[in-house]
Design a protein around this ligand. Structure first.
Ligand code: C2E
Ligand code: MG
Ligand code: MG
Length: 560
């Protein structure tokens, strides 16, 4: 309906002609079908274009005019992005100028004295139609910003390429600009757009050299369909160095490569596979490209399933909290001092799943908050339950993810959990992994101080695994320090590690905090740590994490 109305509206034609009589003749010919605007020379024409709110569908320009002639006008129009798509027909009586004008970019010519009215109209109508078609094609095939294909057209061209190159091995490559949104925020949208345009230019070159095509899929995702390459290092280096050296843009990229073995596979699925590999790289960080393989796909499918199944798992209580004893070894007397709560997922189809497989996923999508609160609550309930059953209070430590620390309500949440279960804050120990302190330190210091004021005890988990270990010690107040288990595992492999383990002990003594070693598996490790004055030991040597029923064996057990 709307289209019909638009079609009935008359298009605008600008006549640029200095002779009044010619103006009148052309007006007479055109005004039935078109709205006609008149300019007396090139300069006037430019003024009209600048002021006109209506799109001009065609310009009819005389070549010989005072002030600004037709040639100059055409040159000016071609220079301007706004006007260089408007078709220009020149009016001329001279064969040579006609050729010149066509060379400059005019689409057609009409001769003076004027031909039959019908001929003139036909030429004008045809030129307008052609130019509109070209604009529509351009708008729908190409991405406006970067002038590469859009996804839809790309998919069609991939099929066309396949059709004529059935035997050639091809790669589908998806490229992403790493942390592009940060770049955009840092330098502004215009600079972001420039980066996209430059990368598209580089990719066009690459596509040309490798018999392929390029498309922009989404904001900062591009796809290439090119001849197969065995090694992508050179290509990656070229892109990065071109961006840097040619365009002065410091942005990293990652590529996912999927080699097409089966040309019957639909194009969308090929793109998805390449993108999947591309996205996988962000998790490892130290690579620029990755090639698709079945194992990777399997891993991603499982991850997707885990994310998908999360809510159901919470409702069905598929998450189980296991407990691992922490044994105090002070003065050679071994006794159970607390337990660490460690979550497991007993999945109805996949069976036992270790937290290492799902915690990082849920940290990424935010589910970790719900999961952790569930675990904290279970641990608090367990403290209460054992108190009623055995008349003893066994403190339990829970893990706090760095994501939890961004939650403004975290202090209230934890406080409520201990209140609801009627336990003392000092019995729910809070383990915060060292790497959590790497950023947003002020906020974290504030949260930790609040929690300590309320009586909670803070344990720094995995100490020595992060980048700012000493800084952590200097900025935070805490109660327990737990050495990262890597040190224990390597303690007899070299003298340096052993020396470090000793130094950490000195630091803990100096700071007056209790020192814990985890991952202790052998008697030799235990004895050495005892010698180095470690206070608490956690590890398979004493026990693996077990469920709450099995754990009850440890009450009253002699660990010496
Ligand atoms: P973590 O907090 O450092 O926990 C210690 C991990 O070491 C546990 O792995 C434990 O089973 C394992 N471990 C204990 N003793 C030994 C030993 O002697 N040898 C070896 N090789 N390993 C030992 P798990 O249960 O797989 O947990 C892995 C990590 O997942 C935990 O490291 C923790 O960062 C995270 N995690 C576990 N449960 C939760 C939870 O409820 N919430 C959050 N946010 N993270 C959790
Ligand atoms: Mg822990
Ligand atoms: Mg740890």
């Amino acid at each position: 309906m709307k289209n019909n109305i638009i079609n009935k509206l008359k298009r605008y034609i600008l006549i640029v002609e200095d002779e009044f009589i010619n103006q009148e003749i052309l007006k007479e010919i055109l005004s039935k079908e078109y709205e006609v605007l008149i300019a007396n020379n090139g300069l006037e024409a430019l003024n009209i274009l600048e002021k006109s709110l209506k799109p001009i569908s065609l310009i009819l320009a005389d070549l010989n005019m005072p002030i600004m002639d037709g040639f100059t006008l055409i040159k000016e129009l071609k220079k301007d992005n706004l006007y260089n798509n408007i078709p220009i027909i020149v009016i001329t009586g001279d064969k040579d100028s006609e050729l010149n004008a066509l060379n400059l970019g005019a689409v057609d010519f009409i001769t003076k004295p004027f031909d039959l009215k019908e001929i003139i109209l036909a030429r004008i109508n045809r030129s307008i139609k052609l130019s509109e078609k070209r604009i529509i094609v351009k708008a729908s095939e190409k991405d406006e910003l970067t002038d590469v294909y859009n996804k839809h057209i790309f998919e069609e061209y991939v099929l066309r390429i396949d059709k004529y190159n059935l035997d050639e091995l091809k790669d589908m490559v998806v490229l992403n600009l790493t942390h592009f949104h940060l770049y955009n925020e840092l330098y502004g949208k215009d600079e972001g757009d420039k980066a996209l345009i430059y990368i598209a230019d580089i990719l066009k070159d690459i596509a040309r050299i490798n018999d392929g095509i390029v498309a922009r899929l989404q904001t900062d995702y591009f796809a290439l369909y090119i001849n197969h390459l065995n090694d992508y290092n050179e290509l990656v280096n070229k892109i990065i160095s071109d961006l840097k050296d040619k365009y002065n843009i410091n942005i990293s990229i990652r590529l996912g490569v999927y080699t097409i073995n089966n040309k019957d596979e639909n194009v969308e699925s090929r793109i998805n596979r390449a993108k999947l590999v591309c996205d996988e790289i962000s998790k490892s960080n130290n690579k620029f490209y990755n090639v698709y393989n079945e194992a990777l796909q399997q891993k991603q499918l499982i991850e997707e399933k885990l994310v998908h199944d999360f809510n159901k798992a919470i409702i069905n209580k598929e998450f189980k909290v296991y407990y691992q004893p922490k044994i105090s070894i002070i003065e050679g007397k071994y006794k159970l001092s607390s337990a660490e709560a460690l979550v497991r997922w007993i999945h109805p189809e996949l069976g036992f799943i270790s937290p290492a497989s799902f915690i990082p996923l849920f940290e990424e999508n935010g589910y970790i908050k719900m999961l952790d609160q569930y675990v904290w609550n279970e641990a608090a309930k367990q403290i209460k339950a054992w108190y009623y059953k055995y008349n003893l209070v066994l403190p339990i430590s829970v893990n706090i993810s760095r994501i939890d620390l961004f939650d403004e309500k975290i202090v209230e949440t934890i406080e409520k959990i201990v209140k609801d279960n009627n336990i003392k804050p000092s019995n729910l120990l809070l383990e915060i992994t060292e790497s959590a302190y790497n950023n947003e330190t002020d906020q974290i210091v504030e949260i930790i101080n609040k929690l300590r004021d309320l009586g909670f005890k803070i344990e720094i988990d995995d100490f020595g695994s992060g980048y700012s270990s000493l800084n952590t010690l200097a900025t935070l107040t805490f109660d327990f320090l737990k050495l990262d288990m890597k040190f224990v595992q390597d303690m007899f492999k070299n003298d340096k590690t052993l020396k470090m383990i000793g130094i950490v002990s000195d630091i803990a003594k100096y700071l007056n905090v209790k020192l814990i070693a985890e991952g202790v598996e052998t008697k030799e490790q235990l004895n050495k740590l005892k010698e180095l004055k470690y206070d608490v030991i956690q590890g398979y040597y004493f026990s693996k994490p077990v469920n709450n029923i099995e754990f009850e064996e440890f009450f009253g057990k002699d660990f010496n």
